[in-house]
Design a protein around this ligand. Structure first.
Ligand SMILES: NC(=O)c1ccc[n+]([C@@H]2O[C@H](COP(=O)([O-])OP(=O)(O)OC[C@H]3O[C@@H](n4cnc5c(N)ncnc54)[C@H](OP(=O)(O)O)[C@@H]3O)[C@@H](O)[C@H]2O)c1
Length: 279
């Protein structure tokens, strides 16, 4: 089997400050790859880069970037122009559960830039570089929620569907040029996003898989030349067994509850801040 190091010396990982991106960084550094670590949280990236350099003797370059802004992905590509990058992990993403019409259009546009346009910009820039050098690897992190509409997360499921189709098509389009493309479809990976979305861990139908395990599967899928991969055996099984209409309703209900949990949490925070101001 091909090794992950065969793509070249450097890998770019977006959303490396947390969760799946951080696990990718750890996995790739352990394999000996030098890393460009990108996200908004400079301090977290710096601490991670220092730790990985010390533990594995790799070079790390931190690029602070807000990928929800229009030119950010191109700026990231430019910030790596001097490096022999052979692998792109386009992973940064996020969202907010709740009814679409309750959310400001401006926020939805910003999140579309993060969850769809940034992937396009990065794939366009690095895809061209990889084709020119005759070799490269790309992992696009979409979501299992991209395979059908998700009530109470309509916007993110639609944006992630764009990434799913983009990556699946490019898998075939770029293969003759020596560029491997795999789309990762996480659905239940144990990262801070679970709590940030207001999901109740006790109510999840399946225990979340560790980010390390999901990343191990993603790297294996890329090296095996798979166009798509759903991490976690139980999630793959559920995807096959649960009818689409049932999955739409089940996930929609869970995300509706998550949105209410978030609203309650924010109200409680607001009330305690008001009480502090008064005292
Ligand atoms: N965990 C799951 O089960 C699951 C399910 C479906 C999809 N996903 C997808 O998996 C990917 C990784 O998520 P995760 O679960 O690892 O969540 P996470 O722990 O919250 O990580 C999200 C990462 O994205 C970065 N990010 C968010 N907004 C950004 C912005 N505007 N500009 C640059 N970076 C930004 C964050 O860094 P900063 O905050 O420092 O910017 C962080 O490093 C996401 O695309 C997510 O949609 C995960």
């Amino acid at each position: 089997m091909v090794e992950i190091t065969s793509y070249g010396r450097w890998a770019v990982v977006t959303g490396a400050s947390s969760g799946i991106g951080e696990a990718f960084a750890e996995h790739l550094a352990t394999a000996g790859l030098d890393l460009v670590l990108a996200a908004r949280s400079t301090d977290r990236l710096q601490v991670l880069g220092d730790r990985l350099s010390l533990a594995h003797g790799v070079d790390c370059r931190v690029v602070t970037v807000d990928l929800s802004t229009p030119q950010a992905a191109s700026a990231l590509a430019e910030a790596t122009a001097d490096l022999d990058v052979g692998l792109l992990i386009s992973n940064a993403g996020g969202g907010r559960p709740g009814p679409l019409l309750d959310q400001a259009l401006e926020d939805l546009h910003r999140r579309f830039t993060l969850n769809a346009i940034a992937h396009l910009d990065l794939v366009h820039a690095f895809g061209r570089r990889f084709v020119d050098r005759g070799h490269g690897g790309i992992v696009l992190v979409s979501a299992l929620g991209a395979v059908h509409g998700l009530p109470n997360m309509a916007h993110e499921s639609a944006a992630k569907a764009y990434v799913l189709n983009l990556g699946e098509a490019l898998h075939h389009e770029l293969a003759p040029a020596g560029v491997d493309v795999t789309v990762l479809l996480p659905g239940n990976v144990d990262t801070p996003i679970i709590d940030a979305f207001g999901l109740d861990r006790a109510a999840l139908p399946i225990r979340p898989q560790s980010a390390d395990a999901a990343v191990g599967e993603a790297v294996a899928a890329l090296l095996k030349g798979r166009p798509l991969h759903v991490p976690g055996r139980m999630m793959r099984l559920m995807t096959r067994l649960v009818p689409r209409s049932r999955s739409v309703r089940m996930n929609g209900r869970m995300l509706g509850q998550a949105a209410r949990n978030l609203a309650e949490r924010e109200q409680a925070r607001h009330d305690s801040a008001m009480a502090r101001t008064r005292s």
